[in-house]
Design a protein around this ligand. Sequence first.
Ligand code: SAM
Ligand code: DTB
Ligand code: SF4
Length: 318
Amino acid sequence: MTWTPAEVEQLFALPFVDLLFAAQQVHREHHDARAVQLSTLLSIKTGACPEDCAYCPQSIRYDTGLEREALLPLATVRERAGAAKAAGATRFCMGAAYRSPKQKDLERIVAMVREVRALGLETCATLGMLTPAQALQLKAAGLDYYNHNLDTSAEFYGEVITTRVYQDRLDTLAAVRDAGIHVCCGGIIGMGEAVRDRAALLATLASLPAPPESVPINQLVPVPGTPLADAPALDPFDFVRTIAVARIVLPRATLRLSAGRETMSDELQALCFLAGAGSIFYGERLLTTGNPDVERDRALLGRLGLTSAGTLPRDAAA
Ligand code: SAM
Ligand code: DTB
Ligand code: SF4
Protein backbone atom coordinates (compact mmCIF):
# COMPACT_ATOMS: atom_id res chain seq x y z
CA MET A 1 0.00 0.00 0.00
CA THR A 2 1.33 3.46 -0.85
CA TRP A 3 0.75 6.50 1.34
CA THR A 4 0.84 10.15 0.36
CA PRO A 5 2.29 12.59 2.90
CA ALA A 6 -1.20 14.12 3.25
CA GLU A 7 -2.74 10.72 4.09
CA VAL A 8 -0.02 10.07 6.64
CA GLU A 9 -0.62 13.50 8.16
CA GLN A 10 -4.28 12.55 8.63
CA LEU A 11 -3.19 9.57 10.73
CA PHE A 12 -1.28 11.96 13.00
CA ALA A 13 -4.52 13.94 13.46
CA LEU A 14 -6.49 10.94 14.80
CA PRO A 15 -7.52 11.03 18.46
CA PHE A 16 -4.69 9.45 20.47
CA VAL A 17 -6.67 6.41 21.63
CA ASP A 18 -7.98 5.68 18.11
CA LEU A 19 -4.48 5.94 16.63
CA LEU A 20 -3.02 3.63 19.27
CA PHE A 21 -5.79 1.08 18.79
CA ALA A 22 -5.27 1.03 15.01
CA ALA A 23 -1.50 0.72 15.44
CA GLN A 24 -1.84 -2.11 17.95
CA GLN A 25 -4.09 -4.03 15.54
CA VAL A 26 -1.55 -3.73 12.73
CA HIS A 27 1.25 -4.66 15.11
CA ARG A 28 -0.46 -7.88 16.20
CA GLU A 29 -1.25 -8.85 12.62
CA HIS A 30 2.44 -8.92 11.67
CA HIS A 31 4.50 -9.24 14.87
CA ASP A 32 4.67 -10.95 18.22
CA ALA A 33 3.41 -8.10 20.43
CA ARG A 34 5.24 -9.50 23.48
CA ALA A 35 8.69 -9.62 21.88
CA VAL A 36 11.31 -6.91 22.03
CA GLN A 37 14.53 -7.37 20.03
CA LEU A 38 17.74 -6.14 21.71
CA SER A 39 20.49 -4.43 19.70
CA THR A 40 23.73 -3.21 21.28
CA LEU A 41 25.64 -0.28 19.81
CA LEU A 42 29.37 0.30 19.75
CA SER A 43 31.08 3.40 18.41
CA ILE A 44 34.03 1.90 16.53
CA LYS A 45 35.35 5.32 15.39
CA THR A 46 34.38 8.37 17.39
CA GLY A 47 34.22 12.10 16.61
CA ALA A 48 36.03 14.38 14.13
CA CYS A 49 33.33 13.84 11.49
CA PRO A 50 33.48 16.38 8.64
CA GLU A 51 29.68 16.52 8.26
CA ASP A 52 27.57 19.27 9.87
CA CYS A 53 24.49 17.33 11.10
CA ALA A 54 23.02 19.85 13.58
CA TYR A 55 22.06 17.20 16.14
CA CYS A 56 25.36 15.36 16.25
CA PRO A 57 27.97 15.52 19.01
CA GLN A 58 30.51 13.89 16.65
CA SER A 59 30.71 16.68 14.07
CA ILE A 60 34.14 18.36 14.05
CA ARG A 61 32.35 21.70 13.62
CA TYR A 62 30.82 21.80 17.10
CA ASP A 63 32.61 22.01 20.42
CA THR A 64 30.90 19.28 22.43
CA GLY A 65 33.91 18.26 24.53
CA LEU A 66 33.82 14.81 22.96
CA GLU A 67 37.05 12.84 22.96
CA ARG A 68 37.80 11.52 19.50
CA GLU A 69 38.93 7.95 19.04
CA ALA A 70 40.48 6.23 16.01
CA LEU A 71 39.07 3.02 14.57
CA LEU A 72 39.06 0.45 17.40
CA PRO A 73 41.27 -2.65 17.27
CA LEU A 74 39.57 -5.88 16.20
CA ALA A 75 40.16 -7.50 19.60
CA THR A 76 38.28 -4.70 21.39
CA VAL A 77 35.30 -5.05 19.06
CA ARG A 78 35.26 -8.84 19.53
CA GLU A 79 35.38 -8.44 23.29
CA ARG A 80 32.55 -5.87 23.35
CA ALA A 81 30.40 -7.99 21.04
CA GLY A 82 30.95 -11.04 23.26
CA ALA A 83 29.86 -9.02 26.30
CA ALA A 84 26.75 -7.79 24.45
CA LYS A 85 25.82 -11.35 23.57
CA ALA A 86 26.35 -12.50 27.15
CA ALA A 87 24.03 -9.71 28.33
CA GLY A 88 21.29 -10.92 25.96
CA ALA A 89 21.62 -8.81 22.81
CA THR A 90 20.92 -10.54 19.48
CA ARG A 91 22.32 -7.82 17.20
CA PHE A 92 25.54 -5.83 17.40
CA CYS A 93 25.64 -2.47 15.63
CA MET A 94 28.96 -0.83 14.82
CA GLY A 95 28.82 2.92 14.25
CA ALA A 96 31.55 5.11 12.78
CA ALA A 97 31.69 8.90 12.49
CA TYR A 98 32.47 9.00 8.77
CA ARG A 99 31.02 10.91 5.86
CA SER A 100 31.95 7.73 3.99
CA PRO A 101 34.50 5.03 4.86
CA LYS A 102 37.98 5.02 3.33
CA GLN A 103 38.80 1.77 1.60
CA LYS A 104 41.59 0.82 4.04
CA ASP A 105 39.24 1.35 6.99
CA LEU A 106 36.49 -0.64 5.29
CA GLU A 107 38.87 -3.62 5.02
CA ARG A 108 39.30 -3.53 8.80
CA ILE A 109 35.55 -3.19 9.36
CA VAL A 110 34.92 -6.17 7.08
CA ALA A 111 37.11 -8.22 9.45
CA MET A 112 35.04 -6.93 12.41
CA VAL A 113 31.80 -7.99 10.73
CA ARG A 114 33.17 -11.50 10.20
CA GLU A 115 34.30 -11.79 13.83
CA VAL A 116 31.03 -10.52 15.29
CA ARG A 117 29.04 -12.83 13.07
CA ALA A 118 31.19 -15.77 14.13
CA LEU A 119 30.01 -15.12 17.71
CA GLY A 120 26.46 -15.89 16.56
CA LEU A 121 25.21 -12.31 16.59
CA GLU A 122 23.37 -10.47 13.84
CA THR A 123 25.55 -7.68 12.50
CA CYS A 124 24.72 -4.08 11.68
CA ALA A 125 26.98 -1.20 10.64
CA THR A 126 26.48 2.52 10.12
CA LEU A 127 29.43 4.12 8.37
CA GLY A 128 27.95 6.94 6.31
CA MET A 129 27.67 6.91 2.52
CA LEU A 130 28.63 3.72 0.67
CA THR A 131 29.37 2.97 -2.97
CA PRO A 132 27.68 -0.09 -4.50
CA ALA A 133 31.07 -1.89 -4.45
CA GLN A 134 31.54 -1.19 -0.72
CA ALA A 135 28.03 -2.46 0.01
CA LEU A 136 28.82 -5.68 -1.86
CA GLN A 137 32.04 -6.07 0.14
CA LEU A 138 30.11 -5.75 3.42
CA LYS A 139 27.49 -8.22 2.19
CA ALA A 140 30.21 -10.73 1.33
CA ALA A 141 31.52 -10.43 4.90
CA GLY A 142 28.05 -11.38 6.16
CA LEU A 143 26.68 -7.98 7.18
CA ASP A 144 22.98 -8.44 8.00
CA TYR A 145 21.83 -4.79 8.34
CA TYR A 146 23.11 -1.38 7.30
CA ASN A 147 21.80 1.67 9.18
CA HIS A 148 21.52 4.89 7.22
CA ASN A 149 18.83 7.32 8.35
CA LEU A 150 16.88 9.80 6.25
CA ASP A 151 16.43 11.60 9.58
CA THR A 152 13.57 13.91 8.46
CA SER A 153 11.59 15.06 5.41
CA ALA A 154 13.33 16.14 2.19
CA GLU A 155 11.90 19.63 2.81
CA PHE A 156 13.31 20.03 6.35
CA TYR A 157 16.60 18.23 5.64
CA GLY A 158 18.47 21.38 4.58
CA GLU A 159 17.70 22.97 7.97
CA VAL A 160 19.61 20.17 9.68
CA ILE A 161 22.43 19.13 7.32
CA THR A 162 24.10 21.12 4.54
CA THR A 163 27.12 18.94 3.72
CA ARG A 164 25.14 16.34 1.76
CA VAL A 165 21.73 16.16 0.12
CA TYR A 166 18.72 13.89 0.57
CA GLN A 167 19.46 12.16 -2.73
CA ASP A 168 22.90 11.10 -1.39
CA ARG A 169 21.11 9.24 1.39
CA LEU A 170 18.67 7.64 -1.06
CA ASP A 171 21.59 6.54 -3.27
CA THR A 172 23.32 4.78 -0.36
CA LEU A 173 20.06 3.09 0.62
CA ALA A 174 19.77 1.81 -2.98
CA ALA A 175 23.35 0.49 -2.89
CA VAL A 176 22.64 -1.36 0.38
CA ARG A 177 19.33 -2.78 -0.84
CA ASP A 178 20.80 -3.85 -4.19
CA ALA A 179 23.64 -5.64 -2.38
CA GLY A 180 21.04 -7.72 -0.53
CA ILE A 181 21.72 -6.23 2.92
CA HIS A 182 18.68 -5.51 5.10
CA VAL A 183 18.01 -1.79 5.30
CA CYS A 184 17.76 -0.04 8.68
CA CYS A 185 16.51 3.48 8.08
CA GLY A 186 14.59 5.91 10.25
CA GLY A 187 14.79 9.37 11.68
CA ILE A 188 14.90 11.80 14.58
CA ILE A 189 11.88 13.45 16.19
CA GLY A 190 12.19 16.71 18.14
CA MET A 191 14.48 18.79 15.94
CA GLY A 192 11.87 21.53 15.47
CA GLU A 193 10.26 19.79 12.48
CA ALA A 194 6.51 20.11 11.84
CA VAL A 195 4.06 17.20 11.91
CA ARG A 196 4.01 17.42 8.11
CA ASP A 197 7.77 16.68 8.07
CA ARG A 198 7.27 13.60 10.26
CA ALA A 199 4.48 12.51 7.91
CA ALA A 200 6.63 13.12 4.82
CA LEU A 201 9.54 11.13 6.31
CA LEU A 202 7.28 8.14 7.01
CA ALA A 203 5.63 8.40 3.58
CA THR A 204 9.09 8.41 1.96
CA LEU A 205 10.17 5.34 3.93
CA ALA A 206 6.95 3.53 3.01
CA SER A 207 7.37 4.31 -0.68
CA LEU A 208 11.01 3.23 -1.09
CA PRO A 209 11.39 0.47 -3.74
CA ALA A 210 11.28 -1.93 -0.77
CA PRO A 211 10.28 -0.64 2.68
CA PRO A 212 13.11 -0.85 5.27
CA GLU A 213 13.13 -3.99 7.42
CA SER A 214 14.24 -2.01 10.45
CA VAL A 215 13.19 1.54 11.36
CA PRO A 216 14.86 3.37 14.24
CA ILE A 217 12.77 6.20 15.68
CA ASN A 218 15.12 8.46 17.65
CA GLN A 219 14.09 11.24 19.98
CA LEU A 220 16.63 14.04 19.72
CA VAL A 221 19.22 13.86 22.48
CA PRO A 222 20.06 17.55 22.84
CA VAL A 223 23.83 17.77 23.25
CA PRO A 224 25.41 21.01 24.55
CA GLY A 225 27.56 22.60 21.85
CA THR A 226 25.45 21.36 18.92
CA PRO A 227 23.12 23.78 17.09
CA LEU A 228 20.12 21.77 18.36
CA ALA A 229 21.19 21.88 22.03
CA ASP A 230 18.23 24.13 22.85
CA ALA A 231 15.61 22.65 20.52
CA PRO A 232 12.12 23.06 21.98
CA ALA A 233 11.01 20.12 24.13
CA LEU A 234 8.88 17.54 22.41
CA ASP A 235 5.41 16.60 23.71
CA PRO A 236 5.98 12.93 24.65
CA PHE A 237 2.60 11.98 23.15
CA ASP A 238 3.79 13.31 19.79
CA PHE A 239 6.71 10.88 19.99
CA VAL A 240 4.30 8.00 20.71
CA ARG A 241 2.09 9.16 17.83
CA THR A 242 5.08 8.98 15.47
CA ILE A 243 5.71 5.35 16.43
CA ALA A 244 2.02 4.51 16.00
CA VAL A 245 1.84 6.12 12.56
CA ALA A 246 5.07 4.39 11.53
CA ARG A 247 3.51 1.10 12.67
CA ILE A 248 0.52 1.63 10.37
CA VAL A 249 2.41 2.73 7.25
CA LEU A 250 5.32 0.26 7.66
CA PRO A 251 3.43 -2.79 8.94
CA ARG A 252 6.20 -5.37 8.54
CA ALA A 253 9.17 -3.32 9.70
CA THR A 254 10.68 -3.77 13.14
CA LEU A 255 10.38 -0.35 14.80
CA ARG A 256 13.17 0.50 17.20
CA LEU A 257 12.59 2.81 20.15
CA SER A 258 16.06 4.31 19.78
CA ALA A 259 17.87 7.39 21.12
CA GLY A 260 16.23 9.39 23.90
CA ARG A 261 15.15 6.53 26.19
CA GLU A 262 17.39 7.59 29.04
CA THR A 263 15.12 10.54 29.83
CA MET A 264 11.85 8.68 29.17
CA SER A 265 9.72 7.35 32.00
CA ASP A 266 8.86 3.66 32.14
CA GLU A 267 5.25 4.61 31.40
CA LEU A 268 6.21 6.49 28.26
CA GLN A 269 8.29 3.55 27.04
CA ALA A 270 5.35 1.22 27.73
CA LEU A 271 3.18 3.44 25.51
CA CYS A 272 5.84 3.18 22.77
CA PHE A 273 5.67 -0.63 22.96
CA LEU A 274 1.88 -0.42 22.80
CA ALA A 275 2.18 1.81 19.73
CA GLY A 276 4.27 -0.86 17.97
CA ALA A 277 7.91 -0.54 18.98
CA GLY A 278 9.47 -4.03 18.92
CA SER A 279 13.13 -3.30 19.52
CA ILE A 280 15.43 -1.17 21.68
CA PHE A 281 19.09 -0.27 21.94
CA TYR A 282 20.36 -2.24 24.90
CA GLY A 283 23.46 -1.35 26.92
CA GLU A 284 24.73 1.65 28.89
CA ARG A 285 25.76 3.70 25.86
CA LEU A 286 24.35 4.59 22.49
CA LEU A 287 27.32 5.86 20.43
CA THR A 288 28.56 8.72 22.60
CA THR A 289 25.58 9.47 24.86
CA GLY A 290 23.89 7.51 27.63
CA ASN A 291 21.19 4.86 27.51
CA PRO A 292 19.33 3.13 30.37
CA ASP A 293 21.45 0.49 32.08
CA VAL A 294 20.70 -3.16 31.42
CA GLU A 295 19.24 -3.75 34.89
CA ARG A 296 16.64 -1.05 34.36
CA ASP A 297 15.74 -2.45 30.93
CA ARG A 298 15.52 -6.02 32.17
CA ALA A 299 13.29 -4.88 35.02
CA LEU A 300 11.06 -2.89 32.67
CA LEU A 301 10.63 -5.76 30.21
CA GLY A 302 9.88 -8.07 33.15
CA ARG A 303 7.29 -5.74 34.65
CA LEU A 304 5.56 -5.48 31.27
CA GLY A 305 5.69 -9.22 30.53
CA LEU A 306 7.78 -8.63 27.43
CA THR A 307 10.41 -11.09 26.27
CA SER A 308 13.60 -10.49 24.34
CA ALA A 309 13.19 -13.57 22.14
CA GLY A 310 11.24 -14.34 18.97
CA THR A 311 11.75 -11.25 16.90
CA LEU A 312 11.05 -12.40 13.37
CA PRO A 313 7.92 -10.85 11.86
CA ARG A 314 5.11 -13.45 12.08
CA ASP A 315 4.78 -13.85 8.34
CA ALA A 316 8.55 -14.18 7.85
CA ALA A 317 8.72 -16.91 10.49
CA ALA A 318 5.91 -18.95 8.90
N1 SAM B 1 28.03 8.87 10.34
C1 SAM B 1 27.06 7.91 9.97
C2 SAM B 1 25.77 8.55 9.47
O1 SAM B 1 25.51 9.70 9.75
O2 SAM B 1 25.04 7.84 8.78
C3 SAM B 1 26.72 6.92 11.06
C4 SAM B 1 26.60 7.36 12.51
S1 SAM B 1 25.34 8.56 12.87
C5 SAM B 1 25.79 9.04 14.51
C6 SAM B 1 23.86 7.57 13.02
C7 SAM B 1 22.56 8.26 13.35
O3 SAM B 1 22.52 8.61 14.73
C8 SAM B 1 22.23 9.56 12.66
O4 SAM B 1 21.75 9.37 11.37
C9 SAM B 1 21.13 10.12 13.56
O5 SAM B 1 19.86 9.70 13.12
C10 SAM B 1 21.46 9.50 14.92
N2 SAM B 1 21.85 10.54 15.90
C11 SAM B 1 23.04 11.17 15.97
N3 SAM B 1 23.06 12.08 16.96
C12 SAM B 1 21.83 12.04 17.54
C13 SAM B 1 21.22 12.76 18.62
N4 SAM B 1 21.87 13.71 19.27
N5 SAM B 1 19.96 12.45 18.95
C14 SAM B 1 19.29 11.48 18.27
N6 SAM B 1 19.81 10.77 17.24
C15 SAM B 1 21.06 11.05 16.87
C1 DTB C 1 20.11 5.23 15.06
O1 DTB C 1 19.10 5.52 14.37
N1 DTB C 1 20.32 5.65 16.30
C2 DTB C 1 21.60 5.18 16.79
C3 DTB C 1 22.07 4.26 15.65
N2 DTB C 1 21.10 4.46 14.64
C4 DTB C 1 23.44 4.34 15.15
C5 DTB C 1 22.53 6.28 17.18
C6 DTB C 1 21.96 7.25 18.18
C7 DTB C 1 23.03 8.21 18.52
C8 DTB C 1 22.67 9.15 19.63
C9 DTB C 1 23.74 10.11 19.93
C10 DTB C 1 25.03 9.49 20.38
O2 DTB C 1 25.04 8.62 21.28
O3 DTB C 1 26.09 9.90 19.87
FE1 SF4 D 1 28.95 12.60 11.07
FE2 SF4 D 1 27.00 10.80 11.16
FE3 SF4 D 1 27.29 12.64 13.13
FE4 SF4 D 1 26.43 13.40 10.74
S1 SF4 D 1 25.38 12.00 12.13
S2 SF4 D 1 28.03 14.44 11.96
S3 SF4 D 1 27.58 12.03 9.39
S4 SF4 D 1 28.70 11.00 12.63
